[in-house]
Design a protein around this ligand. Structure first.
Ligand SMILES: [Cu+2]
Length: 419
């Protein structure tokens, strides 16, 4: 009987381990766990590029792109008044050496304005060898991390060779990778030793829980004697002494220090994109006139009223939301270079051409399994079944105009063309 239980337990443990192992690769894409509305209606990422997909340790690369801050930012998420540009990666596998929003150096938190577009770039340097998924990411205070598209980056070499030289204000250079490491050890190891000794002493002497019970019962004298108080006083005195001496030594070794620079950096200059900025220049504007999301077909059909305010005819070429790109194959004749898991290169169908000055209602069909794989189809189960994103219109000579689209759609749970 006992043997059976033991076998069953081992079996269960093995099953759990196997499941964990099997799902491990999926954990690279944490963005899927965020609600559809959060990803579609907060930051609309576009033109995201990775300058390289393979770098050596110490080699530089650039992650760049643009964001449109969605006009109908969801109520449930705090406005991006305090936002921090970042790279979403599994630990510091690449280090950030600089980052920019527009032309501005933006190492701190910034304020993003609703409805505006911003260009960003992050300079990265290879640190830890391996194959890693690297995302663009913006952390919004009160809203959490909003993750952009990700790409696999291969880093070759050995982390032992990694250096991170930085020139200080006084002209000297330090290697951030190793700077002050001995001090970190010197301050942490003694405290860890003291802590371990403390735990071991109480564990061996009377048992930690038994001692706690006696103190809780109001009988501390049963466990804490005069010797304990004496040792406690000595440790306290040593702690204060170490703090005073440490402070004095550090002050004399580094007489000139400045605190870490924090606080909000603003104002930032938004970019004027081809349309979304809406500054009286040529633009295409759109309005959502209802739509249906068919859950079984992974198909979104939307009615869009398009006003072509440009001097050329335009065609709809792309819908982008939550980093996914749904392309119209009759406009995109070649497949752009973009991570495959986010690129539905035949995902959009529409054959309308909108003449200059014309207003026209078009029907756009967006169908792809990626709706489901990237869990955007969850919008059917949201308390607020609204889509969001950008539509890109193209002129015959390839000029691009972006227009924001968003609003409620009706989910449909049965297959077929029934109303
Ligand atoms: Cu990922």
């Amino acid at each position: 009987m006992k043997k059976l239980v033991k076998l069953a337990a081992i079996g269960a443990a093995a099953a759990v381990a196997a499941t964990l192992g099997a799902v491990a690769p999926a954990s690279a894409h944490g963005e899927k766990s965020q609600q559809a509305f959060l990803r579609m209606r907060t930051l609309n990422w576009y033109d995201v590029q990775w300058s390289k997909t393979s770098v050596n340790v110490n080699e530089d690369m650039v992650l760049s792109g643009k964001i449109h801050v969605f006009s109908a930012w969801p109520q449930a998420v705090a406005n991006p008044r305090v936002s921090f540009l970042n790279a979403g990666e599994p630990g510091p596998v690449l280090v950030r050496t600089a980052q920019f929003i527009g032309e501005q150096f933006a190492p701190r938190s910034v304020s993003l304005e609703i409805g505006k577009d911003y260009a960003f770039s992050v300079n990265l340097r290879g640190r830890r060898a391996g194959r890693w998924h690297v995302h663009a990411q913006i952390n919004v205070e009160g809203g959490g991390p909003i993750i952009g598209p990700g790409q696999w980056i291969e880093i070759k070499g050995d982390m032992k060779d990694f250096t991170d030289p930085v020139t200080l204000l006084d002209g000297s250079t330090v290697d951030l990778e190793h700077f002050g490491i001995s001090r970190v050890y010197a301050w942490h190891l003694p405290w860890m030793a003291v802590g371990a000794a403390w735990i071991l002493f109480w564990f061996i002497r009377k048992g930690i829980i038994a001692s706690y019970m006696k103190v809780a019962e109001g009988r501390p004298e049963a466990v804490i004697g005069d010797d304990d108080r004496r040792i406690g006083a000595i440790v306290l005195a040593l702690t204060i002494l170490a703090t005073i001496v440490g402070y004095a030594v550090t002050n004399s070794t580094f007489p000139r220090t400045i605190p870490l620079q924090a606080g909000l950096q603003k104002p930032l200059t938004p970019i004027e994109t081809e349309g979304t900025a809406g500054v009286g220049k040529e633009q295409v504007t759109t309005e959502l006139n209802g739509g249906v999301y068919k859950v079984p077909g992974r198909e979104l059909t939307i009615n869009v009223k398009v006003k072509n305010g440009t001097s050329q005819p335009v065609r709809l070429g792309e819908y982008t939301a939550a980093g996914l790109r749904f392309l119209n194959p009759s406009v995109f004749t070649t497949k752009p270079d973009f991570p495959d898991y986010l690129l539905a290169d035949r995902g959009l169908s529409n054959d309308d051409t909108i003449a200059p000055g014309e207003s026209k209602e078009i029907v756009v069909k967006i169908q792809d399994a990626r709706w489901d794989i990237e869990r955007l189809s969850d919008l059917a189960y949201d308390t607020d079944s609204q889509i969001g994103g950008l539509l890109f219109f193209f002129t015959p000579d390839g000029k691009r105009f972006a227009a924001e689209i968003g609003g409620p759609v009706i989910p449909k749970f049965v297959a077929g063309d029934m109303p």
